[in-house]
Design a binder for this molecule. Structure first.
Ligand SMILES: Cc1cc2nc3c(=O)[nH]c(=O)nc-3n(C[C@H](O)[C@H](O)[C@H](O)COP(=O)(O)O)c2cc1C
Length: 351
């Protein structure tokens, strides 16, 4: 099983609550986490991108280190771990991103992949006059397909001529080419997002509790099989490790009690504009009432594995065995300590 870290390059990581550490993102913090992850034998780190945060009492995601430049810094201080920056497609032309990835591939000696983000949050792009209009909500995965076709052509051949609905390239060249295939990941959850994953991505990140995970894995696998493709699925979870189950449960409940309701209101208001059926809007709305295990909004709708090291190891093996996931991506309230305890106390119990 493969394991990754969802790096906290936005303020406060992935928990909009005063019950969890409130902090500014820094290179030093993300470097310490990545070095610990590498030392513990984890497989990859992934950074996100948010161009506008959600305020509230914790200033949730109001600061965000840029995903590619952060990864370039991490590439030069790590030796083995996989590195995945996130591209918010509307913010950069594909030929620029093809070159950024080729550069990162060179710095990291072939350790980088790419997370494709189509953008469900209009305010991020509207503030830069980069929002193409609200039709983007429903067209965003068509845009992603064309974008990715251009990226792959440039990586494979070094040049691209293309006349499409969204882009026009005239014998555009991008050298050097990357040293090998660039793994593409995407966290599309909506039916259209999952279809894009099945047709074009190598891995999917899923954001759902166990009850939906099993069906979600089957859905992607059957969609991908129609194209003779395999997609490896990774479940995104928070992890709260304490010496006992009771203590861990107490920490999780305190996080829900102290949720940053202002930031959560702002997230939901922005997500509710997304008309892409079954996507971020529906998902985040339903997370308001969900249990901690299935993903409450105090945890951004991300499900939480809570307990002692032995309980956590048991839950991870049962998720793997019941659903067929290839790996998991984790976030912790305290990342450096969380990665260390996961590596030293949980990983040895997983067989
Ligand atoms: C692991 C993971 C990483 C993500 N990274 C970003 C990101 O960097 N920026 C962003 O705007 N959305 C990000 N998202 C949101 C997804 O790209 C996607 O829009 C969301 O899961 C909803 O699916 P949909 O687009 O099919 O509606 C991420 C989601 C997950 C689970």
């Amino acid at each position: 099983m493969k394991f990754g870290v969802f790096l906290p390059n936005g303020s406060n990581g992935y928990i909009p609550s005063e019950g969890s550490p409130v902090y500014q993102p820094t290179f030093e913090h993300n470097k310490a986490i990545s070095l610990e992850a590498e030392a513990q034998g984890l497989d990859f780190v992934l950074s996100m991108m948010k161009y506008r945060g959600f305020g509230g009492s914790t200033g949730y995601w109001d600061s965000c280190l840029e995903s590619f430049t952060l990864m370039a810094g991490l590439a030069s201080v790590t030796e083995r771990i996989g590195l995945f920056p996130s591209i918010s497609l509307l913010s950069q032309h594909p030929a620029v991103v093809a070159r950024m990835i080729a550069t990162l591939d060179d710095i990291s000696s072939g350790r980088c992949g790419l997370n494709i983000v189509t953008g469900w949050n209009r305010a991020e792009y509207l503030q830069m006059d980069m929002w193409p209009g609200d039709s983007h909500y429903e067209r965003r995965y068509d845009y992603a397909s064309e974008y990715l076709t251009i990226l792959k052509t440039l990586w494979e051949t070094g040049r691209c001529s293309h006349k499409g609905e969204f882009f026009s390239l005239d014998d555009c060249t991008v050298y050097p080419q990357p040293s090998g295939d660039i793994p593409i990941v995407c966290a599309g959850q909506s039916p259209r997002g999952r279809q894009f994953v099945a047709e074009s991505a190598d891995h999917q990140f899923v954001l759902t509790g166990k009850s939906n995970l099993i069906g979600g894995v089957k859905d992607i696998q059957s969609r991908a099989a129609k194209y003779n493709r395999n997609v490896g699925i990774y479940a995104l979870y928070h992890m709260i490790i304490e010496d006992t189950d009771e203590k861990a449960k107490g920490v999780a409940e305190d996080i829900v009690r102290k949720a940053d309701t202002g930031a959560i209101r702002n997230i939901l208001a922005s997500a509710s504009l997304d008309t892409n059926e079954g996507g971020s809007s529906d998902q985040l709305q339903s997370a308001l009432d969900q249990s901690i295990e299935e993903g409450n909004m105090a945890f951004m709708g991300i499900p939480v594995i809570v307990g002692s090291p032995a309980t956590i190891a048991k839950q991870i093996m049962s998720l793997r065995d019941d659903s067929g996931i290839e790996g998991m991506l984790f976030s912790w309230p305290d990342f450096v300590e969380g990665v260390r305890r996961f590596g030293e106390e949980v990983m040895p119990l997983i067989d």
